[in-house]
Design a protein around this ligand. Structure first.
Ligand SMILES: *[C@@H]1O[C@H](CO)[C@@H](O)[C@H](O)[C@H]1NC(C)=O
Ligand SMILES: *[C@@H]1O[C@H](CO)[C@@H](O)[C@H](O)[C@H]1NC(C)=O
Ligand SMILES: *[C@@H]1O[C@H](CO)[C@@H](O)[C@H](O)[C@H]1NC(C)=O
Ligand SMILES: *[C@@H]1O[C@H](CO)[C@@H](O)[C@H](O)[C@H]1NC(C)=O
Ligand SMILES: *[C@@H]1O[C@H](CO)[C@@H](O)[C@H](O)[C@H]1NC(C)=O
Length: 486
């Protein structure tokens, strides 16, 4: 997304007004004066540019000074609350404060003009630095454009019935995606259900931007004829080959405008037996990790793993959250969780459990300020969206998780991201977050909640539209006309 916006104002327009004719005599003096002022201005502006340039050539994301050691100082951390310090570095972008600049006060307007007109992206309005969006205006306008124009074609297997196709169940939308047994795969099923109800679908493949391969990895996993990971990738490969034989659209783009959706961990390898499927087609996938062998960052799309929870109409307000942090989860398969429990399992300040606590899972999210998402076998679990659902600030301990919608949402404005190596500092990091900072994050969390909700019939800005928007950003590849025009 283009994020820069440049001011159209020119700096010295007010200096270029010509004097009236009956002022000829003072005109020469005035001109000389103007010339002198202009020269000073030019000097000041170039000095200013040099300074800006210098400060940008240094790593501006440098972590603030902390009174303990970090193992990964590239990640900006919340600094200790300090009332005399103006900034909370986690939430404020770097600004070029006139007080810090050596430019003298009498030339302050010129200094301001040069900052306004520079081609360097300098956030100017303070509200921008607290928004959970990188650029709400651009995003919302583009999403509306998407709703008017995006077209998706679904291969007809989706409408086969059990008497016409042996594998109909693999392709049909799930009859009851809200079944709690499907919880972890809810997003996979709901994408399909919502797509079929949406206005984005087209029966005319010629006008489609994208082609949906409607197999469900979760359904393949539960089908005794397929079941194993090896058989699933075999099935998916054969299905894709069949699509490329029977329809001309695959060959027209080598699959680049085709996609499938998967929220099951065994789906990681689903595309492994079809070269163009994993190289070209778009995976919309919950386990979106930079370390995943077949996950290609920027091509593939991170899908939020959402658990179907009853609507939480009223959130527990910040001041009614008396516990600092909550986590409950099994620790097998996860060294990170082992480490977490070993470090903090006995801490009376923190509710961190590897067994069921004495209160309910939901209660844990409702009564706590922060809720941990700790990597299990995969980078993703439903805990991030659970935390968002219950109004608890997510603390994400899952290195190299390609967070959903990160090109639209600025996760640092409503979550805390901590590297695995900093688990020993967890308590200190959370206690260092000021009340003001926390309230800002809580406010932002309320704003982004609607993006982590699925509806049978999609609504503006819900998970379906957010995911479709990710496809929209990846549209417009060339197709071979010999394949599309016949
Ligand atoms: C707060 O910040 C100011 C300015 O950076 C510094 O001089 C002061 O020592 C800090 N106070 C504490 C308690 O860290
Ligand atoms: C510049 O202005 C600020 C506030 O406007 C003032 O505190 C400061 O003393 C001034 N500096 C000089 C060098 O005049
Ligand atoms: C199943 O699909 C076939 C062909 O699409 C159709 O002729 C038949 O009526 C359908 N059967 C049922 C039970 O819907
Ligand atoms: C697409 O290409 C494959 C391999 O080159 C070929 O076997 C297949 O027939 C082509 N499909 C169509 C519809 O022409
Ligand atoms: C936590 O408490 C249990 C039971 O008292 C004990 O066995 C364990 O060693 C303690 N863990 C730590 C990290 O102190």
């Amino acid at each position: 997304m283009p994020l820069c916006s440049f001011s159209k104002r020119r700096p010295h327009q007010h200096l270029l007004r010509s004097p009236s004719l009956d002022q000829r005599r003072p005109l020469v003096t005035l001109r000389l004066l103007l010339l002198a002022v202009l020269m000073v201005l030019t000097l000041v502006i170039s000095l200013r540019f040099a300074l800006l340039h210098q400060s940008f050539s240094e790593p501006w994301y440098k972590a603030p000074e902390l009174d303990f050691e970090l193992t990964n100082n590239k990640i900006p951390f919340p600094p200790k609350a300090n009332k005399t310090q103006k900034t909370n570095m986690l939430y404020e972008e770097p600004t070029h404060n006139a007080n810090r600049s050596p430019v003298p006060n009498d030339t302050a307007p010129a200094a301001k003009a040069s900052a306004d007109d520079s081609n360097i992206q300098v956030p100017r309005e303070s509200h921008k630095s607290v928004s959970p969006y990188h650029n709400w205006e651009l995003f919302s306008a583009d999403l509306q454009e998407m709703l008017r124009n995006l077209k998706i074609f679904v291969y007809p297997d989706i409408s086969m019935n059990e008497s016409s196709s042996l594998f109909a169940r693999i392709f049909l939308p799930h009859p009851n995606p809200f079944d709690p047994k499907l919880g972890n795969y809810f997003s996979e099923h709901m994408f399909k259900v919502a797509l079929l109800q949406s206005s984005l679908i087209t029966p005319h493949p010629e006008e489609a931007h994208f082609f949906f391969l409607p197999f469900s990895i979760n359904a393949l996993r539960n089908d005794p004829r397929v079941h194993s990971e090896a058989s699933i990738s075999e099935f998916v490969s054969q299905y894709t080959s069949r699509i490329s034989q029977e329809f001309r659209f695959w060959n027209a783009s080598e699959g680049t405008d085709h996609f499938y959706v998967c929220c099951h961990s065994v789906g990681r390898d689903a595309a492994s037996k079809h070269h163009d499927l994993h190289n070209n087609a778009i995976q919309v996938i919950c386990s979106s990790s930079y370390f995943q062998r077949l996950y290609i960052t920027h091509k593939d799309v991170g899908l939020p793993q959402v658990w179907p929870r009853p609507h939480e109409r009223v959130l527990n307000p910040p001041d009614a959250r008396h516990r600092l942090v909550f986590f409950a989860g099994r620790i097998q398969n996860s060294n990170i969780r082992h480490q977490l429990i070993a470090s903090w399992g006995n801490d009376t300040y923190m509710d961190i459990f590897s067994v069921s606590p004495s209160f309910s899972y939901e209660e844990g999210f409702r009564r706590s300020k922060f809720c941990l998402h700790v990597k299990g076998y995969e980078v993703n679990t439903a805990r991030v969206s659970d935390a968002i659902h219950y109004g608890c600030i997510p603390v994400i301990i899952s290195d190299y998780y390609d967070l959903p919608f990160a090109n639209v949402l600025d996760w640092s404005k409503f979550s805390i991201i901590i590297s695995h190596g900093d688990i020993p500092h967890l308590k200190k990091i959370l206690l260092s977050i000021s009340r003001q900072m926390y309230l800002g994050m809580y406010h932002n969390l309320c704003l982004v909640r609607r993006h982590f909700v699925w509806h049978t019939r999609p609504r503006d800005y819900d998970s379906f539209h957010m995911t479709a928007y990710q496809l929209w950003l990846r549209r417009s590849m060339h197709r071979l006309s010999s394949h599309t025009l016949t």
